[in-house]
Design a binder for this molecule. Sequence first.
Ligand SMILES: Nc1nc2c(ncn2[C@@H]2O[C@H](COP(=O)(O)OP(=O)(O)OP(=O)(O)O)[C@@H](O)[C@H]2O)c(=O)[nH]1
Ligand SMILES: [Mg+2]
Length: 439
Amino acid sequence: MKALVSSAGGGSGKRPERVFLVAVEWKDEQVWDVRDSLAELHELVASAGGSVVGNGTQRLDAPVASTYIGSGKAAEFAGRCKGESVDTVVFDEELSPAQARNLEALFECKILDRTSLILDIFAQRARTREGKLQIELAQLEHLLPRLTRFWGHLSRQKGGIGMRGDGETQLETDRRRVQDRIARLQRELDEVRQHRSTQREGRQRRLWPLASIVGYTNAGKSTLLNRLTGASALAEDKLFATLDPTTRRLRLPTNQNVLLTDTVGFIKKLPHGLVEAFKATLEEVVLADLLIHVVDVSHPSAEEHILAVESVLREIGAEGRASLMVFNKMDAFGVEERIRQFRERHPAAVAVSAKTGQGVDDLLAAIGAALRPIRQLLELQIPHSEAATIARLHEIGEVVECDYDGPQVRLKARVQPHHAREFAAFAAVETPGAEKNGQ
Ligand SMILES: Nc1nc2c(ncn2[C@@H]2O[C@H](COP(=O)(O)OP(=O)(O)OP(=O)(O)O)[C@@H](O)[C@H]2O)c(=O)[nH]1
Ligand SMILES: [Mg+2]
């Protein structure tokens, strides 16, 4: 599927597709207001390169089997769309293949649902081979049950009375072709992943703890990674600007090295197929020693964003990981009251502005504290003459006590477990052990 840029309307110049949005207000729904949901769909369309020219909503108890929304409403919206020369109608819900087909016939234009739109955006953004394979797989799996719609013209041409068999045969062939492609993609993905996991084994990540930045799309995750590590990850006011994970080293003021990963943002109703396709990438998130959950506190739906992120984390098995909540965009106008309210529910959260750097020192301290249990507390006695060893300890560890009186220097320091060996010869009489009092 292509991005929402069409060459329709004649001429060679491409213009943004004209898009009409349709959302449903469920009678018992309160948490997520339909306006917020439409606003988000609007941003999704803009991120895909389309231009929203109107929208319509309907209040319903349950979806209507044939057209999702009521047929009267559908006809009314179709009339508006024709008047506005709309190219594409995007539904905020997932449509069944039959519903999409019926709506397409009624509106006489392209119908997309939220899932196809998100897949579209992901397809535009994928850069790495693994990312591209994952998206194509998710797209084909979404397409398979809908084949009749996309390949409709074939069956229609051939599928007149008495020729129905031909149309069906064509459809079967197409279906098999897609299934074969899915199988091939899965094999290729397995190979890429195997290669990646061997690479990962060799990397330093086993020595340094891993912290993953997670959060709703557009929360400021990449901006935060850039702020903390001086990286230059792409940060944009776009949904799903980041797709492929970026990892950078962060050195905390306590001399602790941490690998910090920025990854794909989450969204409510993230298509399940997509979560499946991204599971391997997201596994890196699951395996992290610390999850840094970035929340855009300036967003009116910040509360729902937190719930959506927690739900995706549950889905990928990251529930219960050590995590630190970060209220980002504290520089935005009028967010103090919101931060105060959120703090009641998340007392350990840290407020920052990734943009201005405000609060970053507190964040670094909080990351250090959260990772403290991973470090080993050494109690050492080092001769005064071993100045280089003492200097080395200050360089790679966090020295918490230091006493130069007496024949030997007595030190207590927290170091990464793999550094402990270097100082084994200087262990104080008491056996050093992993520190248990953490966070
Ligand atoms: N005012 C303000 N804007 C911010 C702050 N941090 C990020 N932004 C803006 O928010 C937008 C999104 O930032 P990104 O860093 O791309 O967000 P992300 O979470 O990586 O987004 P995706 O990769 O799309 O999921 C950009 O326009 C940033 O400039 C902040 O602290 N304050
Ligand atoms: Mg990003």
